[in-house]
Design a protein around this ligand. Structure first.
Ligand SMILES: [Zn+2]
Length: 480
């Protein structure tokens, strides 16, 4: 992360098609739309001398970009004033550049507005196109001026300006629709497509880990991806770890990142890297913490640091411990089915730990609280009605404990190679497993522990196979 300010910045790109040529490859600086899509309002009156409407050509240009690249335009067939700063993107023929004069050689101008971001380059928030109505246009393929055809091809002007809307700058090296001069290229090129796809695929440059509630030891080093890799532009070379998590219900999440060596920064975003919250200053030490109530959905937690150290005592690489907890009034989704032997089951799992008789569920409790722990398995319809068995296990460090038929956890080391069953039964659509009721860790002499619970089922016809929750149900107990 860089030190940033949060003002809205407005930058106008005045990009005209001129007659000069310079040599480069595709040009991007990281400015782009969050999520790789935007609405565009189009209803241009009139028909070209060739008999094609301006609307048809402009919409075809939008579709070309949408079909050939990762970016998507969503057409709204309605005219809006492109000179209004209204958060809406539009296009019109105009007599001037929203109050200023067009340059002598200017065919069209794209006006982009930006908002600064917690990470990377500013995001594009509005883009409008004004087309110089004093120029003579037509619509045709191939050579720019052909004998017997009057005017410049409007379609390639639309393609060029829409390239600016997406976030491309001029590119005068390889064949490109983004050449600063209008020419014989009448469709977007390989270089244009490569440029847009690079701009909108930053997430694929980084390794994404599944967030595990509880605590995880990790670190930031030159083996990690940089903010610049992730945001594709912006010049921030600090290292970053990405953790993905899914919430099946409205949930409050709490994260802390602690380190003795690196200046911790925690950032929360949605799956499109729309930043929702961040913390870079929660302590005098090198630590960071963050809490947020979120609706159901997919999110990223980003563990980052400054690219230039800010606190004297904290650097920008090193180890950290990430602690994650949650609370919700519903049980949490534990993902789809994982399996012991690689088989597939269309099963899903939910689980919850509650200290208030099921009013709230979470993973972080005090040692003197009385806990109820249960999970529900939604059994694969193909397995329902078959005779099978339920299994529940608690993992504490290296130790695996099975829940036996009497509801007691027994050490698997006493049963080498054997899966201890909790219950034999005919499988129903939903199977509830109660792992503990009124469990007070302090009463067992436990003040501090971290446990991951797994629940699963198997079929008597294939007793070696087991289908269980992909994501562990975590219990973190802290001293009272
Ligand atoms: Zn241009």
């Amino acid at each position: 992360m860089k030190l940033i300010s949060y003002s809205l910045i407005v930058i106008t790109l005045l990009l005209s098609l001129s007659c000069s040529r310079i040599l480069y490859a595709y040009e991007i600086d990281g400015r782009k739309w969050i999520g790789g899509t935007t609405d565009f309002y189009v209803d241009i009156q009139g028909i070209a001398p060739s008999g094609i409407t301006w609307n048809t050509a402009f919409i075809a240009a939008m579709n070309d970009w949408s079909e050939e690249t990762l970016f998507d335009f969503n057409l709204i067939q309605q005219a809006i004033d492109p000179c209004l700063s209204d958060g809406l993107n539009g296009v019109e023929f105009t007599s001037d550049l929203c109050g200023s004069e067009f340059g002598e050689r200017t065919l069209a101008v794209t006006l982009n507005k930006f908002r600064s971001q917690i990470l990377g380059s500013p995001a594009i928030t509005e883009a409008d196109i004004v087309i110089n109505q004093s120029k003579e246009f037509n619509i045709y393929d191939g050579r720019l001026i052909q004998s017997g055809i009057q005017g410049l091809d409007f379609r390639r002007v639309a393609l060029h300006e829409l390239g600016h809307v997406i976030g491309l700058d001029h590119e005068d090296g390889l064949p490109s629709m983004m050449s600063s001069s209008i020419g014989n290229i009448d469709r977007i090129t390989e270089d244009d497509i490569t440029g847009v796809n690079a701009l909108y695929s930053g997430l694929s440059n980084c390794n994404i880990k599944q967030l595990r509630f509880g605590s995880v030891a990790d670190g930031l080093s030159d083996a990690d991806c940089t903010v610049d890799d992730l945001t594709v532009g912006g010049g921030d070379t600090s290292y970053i770890d990405l953790y993905r998590f899914e919430l099946s219900n409205p949930t409050t999440v709490n994260f802390s990142m602690s380190s003795s060596t690196l200046d911790s920064v925690l950032i929360l975003s949605d799956q499109n890297l729309r930043y929702l919250a961040y913390d870079d200053k929660s302590s005098e030490l090198c630590d960071s913490s963050l809490s947020k109530s979120l609706p159901a959905g997919s999110y990223f937690l980003l563990s980052n640091t400054y690219d230039v150290p800010v606190k004297e005592t904290c650097g920008n690489t090193g180890d950290y411990v990430l602690t994650a907890s949650y609370s919700s009034n519903k049980k949490a989704g534990l993902g789809n089915s994982a399996s012991l032997n690689g088989g597939f089951a269309n099963a899903s799992f939910v689980g919850g730990i509650s200290a208030d008789n099921g009013q709230n569920f979470g993973n972080h409790f005090r040692a003197n609280q009385s806990l109820d722990i249960s999970a529900t398995i939604n059994v694969d319809p193909a397995h329902q009605g078959q005779s099978g068995f339920l299994v529940a296990a608690a993992i504490v460090g290296e130790q695996i404990l099975f829940l036996n038929e009497n509801g007691e956890f027994v050490d698997s080391a006493a049963f080498p190679g054997i899966i201890v069953k909790h219950r034999n039964l005919l499988l129903s659509a939903e199977e509830l497993i109660t792992l503990a009721t009124n469990l007070i860790p302090a009463d067992l002499g436990i003040q501090e522990i971290e446990v991951d619970f797994y629940t699963g089922y198997g079929l008597d016809s294939d007793p070696e196979e087991l289908y269980f929750n992909q994501l562990p149900m975590n219990l973190t107990v802290s001293p009272q």
